[in-house]
Design a protein around this ligand. Structure first.
Ligand SMILES: [Zn+2]
Length: 301
């Protein structure tokens, strides 16, 4: 059987003055349901089957490039080259777009986890992949992943995959190129941060507003929409604090409904844009945005 190569996973979406480009770094295919904290595998499988998804799930990894003619921003930066052959495509996609890595002015990190932050640094040489970028991240992310006491309590896998990898990725930027925040605030005109902790101690969303439109890039608020919109309390084993993550998930989902926010999701199936509606049974419904054939914008980037 011939395996056809897809076109590059790049999708542009204009949001007022921002040109938002979804980039699919790749995907993770899981072999069992143990990534969920809920032991009811029949329920989980039924959610996926109802949405015609494979079970156990395949989860996209997206990052978002946001350009406004002044800044060239990446929201998360892919998984680098240590998560296997299905991941790590972000640098190729930036090359396809003619966006050299040294043109990235800012990296907004939703959190420090390998599929979001391992694209920052070459782990072999310790060199930054983005030599001119300022990294913006919640201060609790830095505090927690550099905390030796927290690391001592972690499993061997967590030590290696989260604590060690996080330190390798962030350390080169601690030469004055990490800017932290600790509360909801505006970091650039029209771009604000909304902490939503639980998945990790400083997990945060970013909200972009322009010309009456608003989009939230919600990081890992939801990993598997087919399951976690119907059952927002279902957590993932990757959560640092399941209960806090579920509380944050409910809060963000309700805000998406109330404010009709466009959602950009790291683990929503590419191209990763959707809106959230109230579900028929009181929970939530995921409405993927239609494909626009062209991103209309007046500026050239
Ligand atoms: Zn993730």
């Amino acid at each position: 059987m011939t395996a056809f190569k897809q076109v590059p996973a790049i999708y542009h979406r204009q949001l007022g003055r921002f040109l938002v480009t979804a980039l699919c770094d790749g995907y993770m295919a899981y072999e069992n349901f143990e990534i969920f904290t809920d032991p009811d595998q029949n329920k989980l499988a039924a959610c996926l089957a109802a949405e015609t998804r494979v079970a156990p799930p395949v989860i996209s990894i997206n990052a978002f490039l946001v350009r406004d003619g002044v800044r060239t921003i990446l929201v998360d930066c892919g998984s680098g080259d240590i998560m296997g052959p299905t991941c790590g495509h972000l640098p190729d996609l930036l090359e396809q777009l003619d966006v050299p890595l040294d043109c990235i002015t800012d990296i907004l990190l939703t959190h420090i986890h390998p599929d979001h932050s391992n694209g920052l640094t070459d782990p072999v040489t310790g060199m930054k992949h983005f030599p001119n970028a300022m990294v913006h991240v919640h201060q609790e992310e830095i505090r927690h992943w550099f905390d030796d006491d927290a690391k001592a309590k972690a499993t061997e896998r967590q030590k290696r995959v989260y604590f060690d990898a996080g330190r390798i990725q962030i350390t080169p930027y601690r030469d004055g190129c990490v800017r932290t925040f600790d509360q909801e605030c505006e970091i650039f005109p029209g771009i604000s941060v909304l902490p939503s902790t639980g998945h990790t101690p400083g997990h945060s969303c970013f909200i972009f507003r322009s010309d009456g439109e608003a989009m939230i890039i919600w990081g890992d608020t939801v990993h598997v929409p087919e399951v976690q919109l119907a059952y927002p309390d279902v957590g993932m084993i990757f959560d640092t604090d399941n209960l806090a993550a579920a509380r944050s998930r409910r809060k963000i989902l309700q805000r998406c409904v109330d404010e009709n926010l466009l959602v950009g999701g790291m683990h929503i199936h590419f191209p990763g844009f959707a809106r959230i509606r109230q579900g028929y049974d009181g929970e939530y419904r995921f409405v993927a945005e239609q494909w626009y054939h062209a991103a209309h914008h007046g500026q050239s980037f």
